[in-house]
Each structure stands twice: as structure tokens, then as C-alpha cells.
Design a protein around this ligand. Structure first.
Ligand code: FES
Ligand code: FE
Length: 455
């Protein structure tokens, strides 16, 4: 029923009819939209699963999710990586309840059906008496994730066999991912252990922030800046120069230019700074000066929910848990060949800033919680008022050397791109209706890195 107050009524009508640059809040709490999202976004898109270094030996496995679907990713004996749905074909018990480990087989603890690590059903207890040897085990393997591919150590999976290859899906995002993954010979690895914590808030709020929201730093994180950095560094941060870059629809990255190294160096330990100096020339040889020296710190999101921070060494997945709840999964990624002292420094830095108890992290979680879930968005009047996402509209431009559209560091072009891509997935009947990014840069294949584990 419409509100009784005529002035309010016309104001709300105006709001709910505005077009362009405004977001409908229902996408942050509506259970029906959430259900469609799991199907049309997560069951179709490539999703980050784990780092190859977590699957060093045959039988190593890691349990995770694609959207809300539990999957277990495993290194096979032939060196390839495969992923299967972590749900027994008998009654749906989780066949692997460990977070990670090494297994020869996955044996369901309920009635004992046993699956090989590639998902084939290999044995059923008391098969002769229980099933009169009439059960067709070949048809009852764990459901497989049909596409599993890696990009320079990062393993992704996709439930949709029609989806384009991972590198096609990433498009020119690979050019920027290389800043994190391809700086030095040997690539990267993750430090053992994954932080996981639950938060109120819809997953898209975290993804959009990592894709392009440098704007919040100067308000949300001002207390951290002032308490952790010298005053001139905090000042430099507020007046930071940088770019928000949209390399392909849906993916976003923000880079900050800090020719002097401040304020980023202020937050890094001596060991990390020394390592950067020692490897600078090698990195320039691999990536060129602009990506090594010009892009001192980056935040990014790969559509839909895989984020990372370069030089804070953090990988993130924002797991959807309900329309208004997400679970953050956080890895610490380091250069594989770096000395142990440097790896320890990165780990300490990541924990101090971006972990459940991290100084920066807590500011962000608080915001997302009140933007959806705890903020009363479902209220009859609140849900009708739309959200403004127009910062920098019309000021996106191409760049002489960098692929993608670029904007000033304070811009919402990447958030708009993420929501346009989301809307494209939500409206599409199949991958035939979804565009594939046009690639303008080449993928540099390194023989010194682990090869893609395809299944
Ligand atoms: Fe797995 Fe019965 S549920 S064997
Ligand atoms: Fe933040």
C-alpha cells in the first residue's frame, strides 16, 4: 500500500523511477534476487578456488565453495587439478569435512561410500547384500566441476561448460594480475592457513569496494592512518595520486602512484622494502617500469567475488552465505623465492592490517554490516530510495599505455562496471547472451612457473 503522506509518496515515486547511476537496494537483501544470483552469476562465472601451492603433492586437497555450492579441489596423480561437488550421491553428506589435507580417497562417514579423489565412486559397503550387485557405480560419482584452470598459480573453477576459457574471461585483467603474480622468477605461493570470518553484509558490497573504492579510505580509515603513520604520510594518503582502471567489464583495479614510496613504505617492514629493492630490476625486466615503479599499491576485484591487495599480500573471496551475510576467506600471498624473513614480514603485515582483528579490516566490516543486514534496508520506505553510484560519470578515458578505461582515483567507474556485469549475468539465459572481454594485451607464458592444472 502506498504511504499516506502525499508529499512523501511523490518523493518516493520520483526516487523509485530515477534511472541511470542509481542502485536499487533490493540487490543487497532480497532473498529472491539472491537465489537467482547463485544460479545466474555463481553457477556460470569463473570462481577463485585456491592457490596451486596449496596442492603441492598428489592427493592434496582444499575444501571451498563456488557460490553456495561446496567443492573440493584436488591435485591428481597425473599432476592435473580437478574439483568435485563435496556432496555424497547417497544422502548428501559432505564427503570431505576437513578444510585441507592429503587423501587417497574421500570416504563418506555416513554409510561409507568411497570416492576416488577425481570423484569416481569406487566402493559401496556390502554391495552384494545391500544392492544385489545391481548398483551402477559409474553413474554415481561426485558431480564434477567441468572447468578447472589456473592463471599463474591461481586456480579457478566454473560450473558452466559453455563458459569461455579463464584467460578469455579475465581479458586484460591479466595485465594487472601480473603485478601481483609475475614479479619474480618462480612466481608466488600462499602461506599455510586461511583466515575465515563471517560478517553481516551482502557480498557485493565488499567486492565493489575492492574493485574501485579508494574514496572510503580517507574517511573510514582515517583513524588508522593517523595512528599508524607519521602525519606527513597520512596527509600524502589523502592527497594520493592514482587511477581506477576498468580493464574489462566487471573486473576493477585501483593503483596508487607513490614515487617517494610514502606512505606505503611507512607501513612496510625493512625486510619487505629491502626485498623490493633487491628484486626491482628483475621485476622491471619482466613487467616494465610502469607496472613496477608506478603502481606501488593496488586493490582489485576479479568478477564476481575474488579480491586482492598488492603489496598487502592479501587474497580474498567474499563467500555469499545469505542475502545479508558473507564469509570472508583470506590468504597471505608471497613471492615464492623470497627469504623466510620477508615472508614472515608479509604475514605479520597482512594480519596486522587485513585479518579479522586487522586495523583496516574492522572499519570495512562495520560499514558493510550497516549497509545491508544491520542497516534496516528492508524497511518499507528505506528500500525504495535508491543509492547514488555516479562519481566520475563521463570522466572515464583511455590511457596512452595502460589497457582499459581509466579514471581519477576518486571514481566509481569500477563499481558501475561490476554492477553492469552483474546485471548482464542476471538477465542472460546462457553464456550466448554474455559478452567476452576483448583482449588487447598478450598473456606472457612463463616456463619458470607452475603450469595450468586443467581437467
Ligand atoms: Fe554418503 Fe550415505 S550419505 S554414504
Ligand atoms: Fe577499506
Amino acid at each position: 500500500a502506498p504511504p499516506v503522506n502525499p508529499a512523501l509518496s511523490s518523493q518516493l515515486k520520483e526516487l523509485s523511477e530515477s534511472e541511470g547511476g542509481l542502485l536499487d537496494r533490493r540487490m543487497f537483501f532480497d532473498p529472491e534476487i539472491y537465489k537467482v544470483e547463485l544460479e545466474r552469476v555463481f553457477a556460470r562465472s569463473w570462481s577463485f578456488l585456491c592457490h596451486e601451492s596449496q596442492l603441492a603433492k598428489a592427493g592434496d586437497f582444499f575444501s571451498t565453495y563456488i557460490g553456495a555450492d561446496p567443492v573440493v579441489v584436488t591435485r591428481q596423480r597425473d599432476g592435473s587439478i580437478s574439483a568435485v561437488l563435496n556432496s555424497c550421491r547417497h544422502r548428501g553428506m559432505k564427503v570431505c569435512r576437513a578444510d585441507w589435507g592429503n587423501a587417497k580417497a574421500f570416504t563418506c562417514t555416513y554409510h561409507g561410500w568411497s570416492y576416488s579423489t577425481d570423484g569416481s565412486l569406487v566402493s559401496v559397503p556390502r554391495e552384494e547384500y545391500a544392492y544385489y550387485n545391481e548398483i551402477d557405480k559409474s553413474k554415481l560419482g561426485l558431480l564434477r566441476v567441468p572447468q578447472v584452470q589456473s592463471y599463474k598459480g591461481l586456480v579457478f573453477g566454473c560450473f558452466d561448460p559453455e563458459a569461455p576459457s579463464l584467460v578469455d574471461f579475465l581479458g586484460d585483467m591479466t595485465y594487472y594480475l601480473d603485478i601481483l603474480l609475475d614479479r619474480v622468477d618462480g612466481g608466488t605461493e600462499v602461506i599455510s592457513g586461511v583466515h575465515k570470518w563471517k560478517m553481516r553484509g551482502n557480498w557485493k558490497l565488499a567486492a565493489e569496494q575492492f574493485s574501485g573504492d579508494n574514496y572510503h579510505t580517507i574517511s573510514s580509515h582515517i583513524s588508522v592512518l593517523l595512528s599508524e603513520f607519521p602525519p606527513e604520510a597520512a596527509d600524502a594518503f589523502v592527497n594520493i595520486d592514482g587511477l581506477e582502471i576498468n580493464p574489462a567489464e566487471g573486473h576493477g583495479i585501483g593503483v596508487m602512484y607513490s614515487p617517494t614510496g610514502a606512505p606505503f613504505s611507512a607501513g612496510s617492514s625493512e625486510a619487505i622494502l629491502r626485498w623490493r629493492d633487491e628484486t626491482r630490476q628483475e621485476s622491471i625486466n619482466r613487467l616494465g617500469k610502469e607496472r613496477v615503479e608506478g603502481m606501488s599499491w593496488t586493490h582489485a576485484n576479479v568478477f564476481p567475488n575474488f579480491s586482492y591487495l598488492h603489496d598487502s599480500s592479501v587474497l580474498r573471496v567474499w563467500m555469499p552465505k545469505s542475502p545479508t551475510e558473507m564469509e570472508a576467506w583470506s590468504w597471505c600471498i608471497v613471492d615464492k623465492k623470497a627469504p623466510q624473513e620477508v615472508k614472515n614480514a608479509w604475514r605479520t603485515q597482512a594480519i596486522r592490517h587485513f585479518s579479522p582483528g586487522g586495523t583496516w579490516e574492522q572499519d570495512d566490516g562495520e560499514n558493510w554490516s550497516y549497509c545491508s543486514g544491520a542497516g534496516g534496508q528492508e524497511g518499507v520506505v528505506t528500500r525504495l530510495s535508491k543509492l547514488h553510484v555516479e562519481m566520475g560519470v563521463g570522466h572515464e578515458r583511455s590511457h596512452p599505455t595502460l589497457p582499459g578505461k581509466v579514471s581519477h582515483t576518486y571514481s566509481e567507474q569500477n563499481q558501475r562496471s561490476l554492477y553492469r556485469r552483474w546485471a548482464e549475468f542476471m538477465a542472460a539465459e546462457s553464456w550466448k547472451d554474455i559478452s567476452v572481454p576483448v583482449r588487447t594485451t598478450e598473456v606472457i607464458d612463463r616456463s619458470d612457473m607452475a603450469k595450468a592444472g586443467e581437467s
